[in-house]
Design a binder for this molecule. Structure first.
Ligand code: SF4
Length: 426
């Protein structure tokens, strides 16, 4: 069952008199489990929708939907699939006691992987999930592989039930599903020869694995330091040498590097980042792979009027994933504009801290970070965190947020769009 949270005015949903609180029960007799069912089953031009109004009355609608007309229905946020693993490096487990409940949620949800590029391990899939991934063509999916040796992967995930990932991925690839993958590098466990094995086996799956990134494990002060440690500079360099070997082979075979080191891996190895062209379409930039080069490219290409922002104080709201990488980008922004920038890397108060992409930040988290800030002249918010109706994941509307803040806000994909005169504003 899924429930309506908001309905856009002048939409088909409004014409049907769907109201917030309405439960959407079935389309063409097929029960609706989540937003994926709703989007795929209600995409037809004609369908029968069964719904239960907030009054308790059940209604069947014969919906005729002219091509391209959106339903205009915003659903309540989905219940997140919980993670079945217990990785030693999980920063959610690393949170101190006594924080609010959402901060302990460990998500592992293939639906968010498809929709938002959140990485999932695919260790909690039921047969029904396998079927709908193929049926709905949820592709590409973003998968945390970590190691292809089943024993090493189960050790890393602390999950003796974790399926053997290569046969699992192959099963999907044979059915047309493709993947972006990542290896979170844990020194002494999945680096060195294990990293070579993982990359070799992923490469052997052919074009079904679109890319693999190697990301150094990130620990907090609360992580299990007795069990896992950060890689040293030399270990990061060794991993990058392996990445370079596979990338050279992939460039020769396939014309793309395929294997990428995360920006943070270069940072910790004390080596320069590859040029922007290396990253192609920057497909893993949300995972901190090529993010710095992507933003630098966008800033350089923009025609920002320098005097418009000189000495202004500008807050940049982003997700936790981008926090450590932002200083490199901000130095370019400062040089271009003469403004003073402050990075506000927020934890996700709706889905919990394992969801680190900026696009899933709820409006309430942004409000909490900016409400008491009277010292900022402008705040830049991630444009991907609102939908077409300017609603955040928690149904807060961008104008409603702006009305509670003392500084103006602008929605921005890459800063450059907001800092040129005609930037998207709220
Ligand atoms: S790191 Fe990810 S996969 Fe591992 S326990 Fe935490 S949420 Fe689960």
């Amino acid at each position: 069952m899924i429930r309506v949270q908001a309905v856009a005015p002048d939409s088909l949903g409004a014409a049907l008199e769907l109201t917030p609180g309405t439960e959407l029960l079935a389309v063409n007799g097929r029960p609706l489990e989540d937003f994926l069912d709703w989007e795929f089953l209600a995409a037809d031009e004609q369908f029968v929708l069964r719904a239960r109004l907030p009054s308790g009355e059940e209604i069947e609608y014969d919906v005729e939907r002219p091509e391209g007309l959106p339903m205009g229905v915003v659903l309540e946020p989905p219940r997140i699939r919980r993670c079945a693993n217990h990785c030693d490096f999980c920063f959610v487990d690393g949170n101190p006691q006594g924080m609010r409940q959402a901060l302990y949620i460990r998500d592992d949800d293939y639906r968010l992987s498809f929709r938002y590029g959140n990485f999932a391990t695919l260790t909690n899939l039921k047969p029904w999930d396998l079927e709908r991934i193929v049926q709905y063509r949820l592709s590409p999916l973003y998968v945390s592989v970590h190691a292809t040796d089943p024993v090493v992967r189960r050790w890393l995930l602390r999950n003796p039930e974790a399926p053997d990932v290569i046969p699992q991925l192959r099963w999907f690839v044979e059915r047309g599903i493709v993947f972006h993958t990542q290896v979170v590098l844990v020194p002494g466990i999945n680096d060195a020869s294990q990293l070579v094995r993982s990359l070799t086996e992923l490469y052997s799956l052919g074009p079904g694995v679109l890319s693999v990134s190697v990301v150094p494990v990130a620990l907090t002060e609360f992580s299990k330091h007795a069990l896992v440690r950060q890689p040293t500079r030399e270990e990061c360099r060794a991993a990058l040498a392996t990445v370079d070997d596979f990338a050279a082979r992939a460039v020769a075979d396939r014309g793309v590097p395929w294997c990428y080191g995360a920006d943070d891996l270069y940072l910790q190895a004390d080596l320069p980042l590859p040029p922007a062209e290396w990253y192609g379409e920057f497909e893993q930039r949300e995972n901190g792979v090529g993010s710095v080069r992507y933003l630098q490219t966008r800033i350089q290409a923009a025609r920002i009027e320098p005097d418009a922002w000189r000495d202004k104080r500008i807050g940049i709201v982003t997700g936790a994933a981008m926090g450590p990488l932002m200083p490199q980008v901000v130095s370019d922004l400062t040089a271009t504009t003469g403004a003073h920038f402050e990075i506000l890397a927020l934890e996700n108060s709706l889905f919990g801290p394992s969801v680190t992409t900026a696009g899933l930040l709820p409006g309430k988290a942004v409000l909490a970070a900016l409400r008491d800030r009277s010292d900022l002249d402008l705040a830049l918010l991630p444009a991907e965190s609102v939908n077409d109706d300017l609603l955040f994941m928690d149904d807060m509307e961008a104008h409603e947020l702006a009305a509670q803040l003392s500084m103006p806000i602008k929605l921005s994909y890459d800063f450059a769009d907001a800092l040129v005169a005609e930037g998207v504003g709220v």
